[in-house]
Design a protein around this ligand. Structure first.
Ligand SMILES: NC(=O)c1ccc[n+]([C@@H]2O[C@H](COP(=O)([O-])OP(=O)(O)OC[C@H]3O[C@@H](n4cnc5c(N)ncnc54)[C@H](O)[C@@H]3O)[C@@H](O)[C@H]2O)c1
Length: 257
């Protein structure tokens, strides 16, 4: 996590709007990252937690409630990592230990987080839980590799757990499907530069930035979206509903002239 991260921008925006929160990341990432700077800037405490470990998440939720003085209004899951991508394993040549690890980190960690919050009755009524996704959950982007499958699973967890969180606790659960964004996780995807330029040309409003994603997340944390739940919400400048744009067409017209 660094100042480009979507979670970083979201923390800054929530702070600007007067919200209080705790920050977390995997203990191993904390040694490398600059999360302390963000904590200082936003006056928040850091509780390390590996999101694949239920006991870490239990500690995170308990300590958060102590620090914040009660139940929680909003939670952002902003975690993604594919070991196959990192190790350069092609989708047709997966190492399944890597696949399982990436799936646990990127998707099941969302279920684990919600199950801990649910069991500890840690969310306030009309609270909001958001996770970040990508359109490879619905459409093929060859270089996105097994993260496509992880995002499909993540979005399904949002609906399935969102049902119970809604019924039993009046809490909403949604995923935001964000444009490609130049962060550590984003730039790890092969051919990212070409890809982000393509998406920019395809989207009528251009790619959504990390800061714009933070703004959108805030609307979902606010009381103005109380009945929005079980949704996967595209925040992509219109990319997902665009068949082709003039700019992209022009590159082909020129090529054939
Ligand atoms: N960057 C993009 O193009 C893009 C597009 C759509 C969606 N997203 C999603 O947005 C989210 C945030 O990613 P980002 O782009 O800000 O990149 P990022 O690399 O800054 O954030 C990913 C974070 O996940 C953390 N993490 C990894 N394993 C963990 C674990 N076991 N426990 C706890 N934390 C762990 C990392 O330390 C890192 O802080 C991810 O879900 C990502 O898939 C990113």
């Amino acid at each position: 996590m660094d100042e480009n991260s979507i979670a970083w921008k979201t923390a800054e925006r929530v702070h600007e709007e007067g919200g209080t929160f705790v920050l977390t990341n995997a203990p191993i990432a904390m040694r490398m990252g600059s999360i302390n700077q963000l904590a200082e800037k936003t006056g928040s405490e850091i509780i390390p937690a590996d999101a694949t470990k239920v006991e870490d998440l239990e500690n995170l939720v308990e300590k958060s409630m102590e620090i914040l003085g009660g139940k929680i209004d909003f939670v952002l899951h902003s975690i993604g990592m594919s070991v196959n991508v990192r190790k350069g394993k092609h989708y047709t040549d997966m190492n399944y230990d890597f696949t399982t690890k990436g799936w646990d980190v990127s998707a099941v960690s969302f279920h684990k987080t919600m199950q801990v919050l649910y069991k500890k009755d840690a969310m306030n009524e009309w609270g909001s839980i958001v996770a970040l996704s990508y359109m490879a959950a619905q459409r093929v982007f060859p270089d996105y590799n097994d993260m496509a499958d992880n995002k499909a699973y993540l979005e399904s967890i949002a609906r399935s757990f969102g049902y119970f969180f809604g019924k039993d606790k009046k809490v909403r659960v949604n995923t935001i499907s964000q444009s490609p964004t130049p962060t550590t996780a984003g730039t790890g995807v092969k051919g990212f530069d070409g890809f982000i330029a393509f998406a920019e040309k395809m989207s009528p409003l251009g790619n959504a930035t990390a800061l714009e994603c933070a703004d959108y997340t805030l609307t979902l944390f606010s009381d103005l979206t109380r009945k929005v739940t079980l949704q996967n919400l595209f925040h992509d400048g219109g990319f997902s509903n665009t068949g082709v744009s003039q700019e992209v067409m022009e590159t082909f017209v020129k090529d054939s002239e």
